[in-house]
Design a protein around this ligand. Structure first.
Ligand SMILES: Cc1ncc(COP(=O)(O)O)c(C=O)c1O
Length: 386
């Protein structure tokens, strides 16, 4: 029987239209976009068309889009690109970020800290949200950058980024948001709600394009030091020949996201997520939905089953053909509890009892109904064994 993929926040399926758009750029039309000849110029125009599509998704200008290798590089480019010049000049700099960020931000912040940047890591409240007030009270005269993610990858909780960005702008501080888990799920308007956001990260494989492609929105006028040295690609902000098939795929995924966001599909996905959540709640005792009171992206639920360890649960689900995840990083063989759930105030035991289920645009109602039965039965079995 076909597996049920409830781990779309780890990676989304690549849509057939995306594959179709990128295929020609692996071979026949594959000139170097920096070459002056016709083959190169054909590729260049495909890259620029993709840039325009990504810019349209964000209500931004094409010149504000820098193509990267994914979310991790975009986050690193944003944080290090803004803050390393201060380190190089021996000037003091302070970064405000949160304890619920992805490791791409957290570890970049830690690396900057080792080089002398002061960093504040704000906790989330019990609903998994970092408030604008908490950010405002962490501001210092030498704060140069605020980095707060838009949607959390584990709970789906949406952070008040528009409000935080307004505070940043009022204080002359740059604002970055990791929108990897929000893109193609929520409308992103860099001229409206997010007009005060200076830098925004995207990743292709969370929005139905392949792995290894992404983008960083860099608002006009924001100075960014590149991470790597080489050619003048991407307006000197990211050296290296562009990953043309990946860029074309991201452009196509952005176009598809725009029509998806304009349709009723987002609401239908939310209903499917709620059906899954409610179905499990109805059939299982002692379940709590983590961050349920927060505004959440439509595809994510994070469920806590009292007295159950999510690791054997995950294995049991895998054996039954369900792909899920728990917010734990496997480090040197030992699974750590989710840093996100711990930052919300959950105990290590509670964090270890939590399971993330994330749907994609391809998830079917029939799969949800099967998943409800499989998850509820697996939880019952594990509890009986305990
Ligand atoms: C919120 C968030 N930021 C960044 C990343 C990293 O993106 P990539 O896998 O494209 O490097 C991820 C991936 O899981 C993510 O969920």
């Amino acid at each position: 029987m076909k597996r049920i993929d409830l781990d779309a926040n780890a990676t989304t399926p690549v849509l057939p239209e995306v594959i179709e758009a990128m295929l020609p750029y692996f071979a026949a039309q594959g000139g170097n976009p920096s070459s002056a000849h016709a083959a190169g110029q054909r590729t260049r125009s495909a890259v620029e068309k993709a840039r325009e599509s990504v810019a349209r998704l964000l209500h931004a200008a094409a010149k504000e889009i820098v193509f990267t290798s994914g979310g991790t590089e975009s986050d690193n480019l944003a944080l290090r690109g803004v803050l390393e010049p201060y380190v190089d000049r021996g000037e003091s700099a302070h970064l405000i970020t949160t304890q619920i960020e992805h490791h791409a931000v957290l570890y970049a912040a830690e690396a900057l800290e080792k080089r002398g940047v002061a960093v504040t890591y704000l906790p989330a409240n019990a609903e998994g949200v970092v408030t604008a007030e908490a950010v405002a009270s962490a501001l210092r005269p030498e704060t140069r950058l605020i980095s707060v993610m838009l949607a959390n990858n584990e709970t789906g909780a949406v952070q008040p980024v528009g409000k935080i960005a307004r505070i940043a702008r009022e204080h002359g501080v740059l604002m970055h948001t990791d929108a990897v888990q929000a893109a193609a799920k929520l409308p992103l308007d860099m001229s409206g709600e997010f007009k005060n956001v200076d830098l925004l990260s995207l990743s292709g494989h969370k929005m139905y394009a392949p792995q290894g492609t992404g983008a960083l929105f860099v608002r006009k006028g924001v100075a960014l030091q590149p991470l790597q040295f080489g050619g003048p690609q991407e307006r000197q902000r990211r050296a290296g020949t562009e990953n043309v098939p990946g860029v074309v795929a991201l452009g196509k995924a952005a176009e598809l996201a725009m029509s998806w966001l304009d349709s009723d599909a987002a609401l239908a996905l939310e209903r499917l997520r709620d059906r899954l959540e409610q179905g499990i709640l109805n059939r299982t005792e002692d379940v709590v939905v983590n961050a349920s009171a927060a505004r959440r992206v439509a595809n994510t639920t994070n469920l806590r089953f009292a007295g159950v360890d999510a690791e054997p649960l995950l294995i049991a689900l895998d054996m039954q053909g369900v792909s899920a995840s728990f917010g734990a990083a496997c480090m040197s063989g030992a699974t750590e509890p989710s840093h996100v759930l711990v930052a919300m105030g959950l105990s290590v035991r509670e964090a270890r009892a939590s399971l993330r289920l994330s749907l994609s645009r391809e998830t079917k109602e029939e799969e949800i109904d099967r998943a409800i039965e499989i998850v509820s039965a697996a939880v019952k079995r594990l509890r009986a064994l305990a």
